[in-house]
Structure formats: C-alpha cells, structure tokens
Write a new protein. Structure first.
Ligand code: CA
Length: 230
C-alpha cells in the first residue's frame, strides 16, 4: 500500500520519530504534528489517508480531536487509529463511541503498528475497490460477499459472514464477547453476549468441512481469537 499518507499526531518526539521511520520504511508518506493545533494545519494542507492519534496531548486531547474530526463532514471519512498509554484508556475510547477505526496500546511493536495501519487502510478502501482477504486457505471477496476455502464456496449466513470478515481483518488478537458485539453487531444494539457464542458455533460448523474451524479459537475466560497458530 505504498504512497498512502499517514498523519502522526504525537507529542513525544522520540515516539513520533520511531513511528515515522517505520512507516517510511514501509513506503508510506508521513506528516507529523505535536499537538492538535498543528494537526489541524497539516490536515488543511494535505488530507491524510489515515491519522495515528495519541490520546494524551497537551492542550486539546486526542479524544476531543477525534470527536471533532468525526463530527465534521469534511474529515469524517479519514480513518483514525487511537493510540493510548494504558489498556484502560483503550477500553474508555471504545466506550466513548468516537467512531475510531482501531485502537493501539503503548508500548506497541512496529510490526503490530504496520499490520494495524494496513488493515485499517484496507477496510477504509473496501467500499470502492475490491477488498480481498486471504488467511490460511480461506479467501474472502468483500465486494462480492463471497467466501471460499481451497477454491470451494463456503456458505455463510449474513451474521456469520460479518463475524468472519471482522475476524479475518483483525487476526491474532483476543476479543471479548462484548467487543465482538460492538464491532460486528454495532454499538448500542441490545443483544445478549450469548448470541456471539451461537454465531461462533455456526461459523465453526461452516468451516469444519474444510478443516478450518480451528481458526476461530476460544480463549478461556476472555473471548475469541482468529489465528492460524494452534
Ligand atoms: Ca502523549
């Protein structure tokens, strides 16, 4: 995904530099801002394809800025990855319903950063261009809403399809039932957490004939993870 531009909004110069270096090595273009005032100027100069937004900034916080961006018709469609210092903040961002596209907790690894950035960019493009996801012999063509395994069609109900799409675009990460509900069913929708289990079962059943049901893993006491690793 070369040539996409990422705006890094981060007040700690060392982190900004490390992130910029990693993104440029992956052939992204970058712009930087140390606070929200700066960020507004950068966005006015050139609209970024994605914003990495630190939660704690001097003056206006990242949270307030996210709200501002998502509240304006001009900037609403720019994907945002919110970067937080603690897992509790990540939970809060999620709870605040800011419309951010993803969340990352410091300290994060550079491969994780790149994987998140690419996944969010892929999803944000999914509307117009054909989005294709491929993991462990499973292929998803989001434009045509088709899923296949080793070339054979996998038949899924609409909810199982959305669930699988969510997992394939967020691999190797554990999600609680509540988080899965928020991301797949949507926030503010009243559905019991048990419902997630029901649809996970159906999804596994659909993948079973292809020997791929093990991709959807139960993490005891926590939730679910999509992973190629056993
Ligand atoms: Ca900060």
């Amino acid at each position: 995904m070369p040539d996409k531009s990422i705006l890094i909004v981060e007040d700690e110069a060392a982190i900004r530099e490390m992130v910029r270096f990693a993104l440029q090595r992956a052939e992204f273009r970058t712009a930087e801002a140390g606070d929200v005032r700066d960020a507004r100027l950068r966005i006015a100069e050139a609209r970024p394809d994605l914003i990495l937004l630190d939660w704690m900034l001097p003056g206006v916080s990242g949270v307030e800025f996210a709200r501002e961006l998502k509240g304006s018709a001009v900037t609403r469609d720019i994907p945002i990855i919110m970067v937080t210092a603690r897992a509790e903040e990540e939970d809060k961002v999620r709870g605040l319903n800011l419309g951010c596209d993803d969340y990352m907790t410091k300290p994060f690894s550079l491969p994780e950063l790149l994987a998140r950035v690419k996944a969010v960019l892929r999803r944000s493009q999914a509307g117009g261009e054909d989005e294709k996801l491929a993991v462990a012999g499973l292929e998803m063509d989001a434009a045509g809403q088709r899923v296949s395994a080793s070339g054979k069609a996998v038949h899924l109900g609409p909810t199982e399809y959305k669930l699988l799409h969510f997992f394939m675009s967020h691999p190797e990460r554990v999600y609680t039932r509540e988080q899965v509900l928020d991301r797949v069913w949507g926030q503010g929708v009243y559905v019991e957490e048990r419902t997630v289990d029901v649809h996970i079962r159906r999804l596994r059943k659909a993948l079973e004939p292809f020997g791929l049901d093990g991709l959807i893993q139960t993490v005891r006491g926590t939730g679910y993870r999509f992973s190629e690793r056993p």
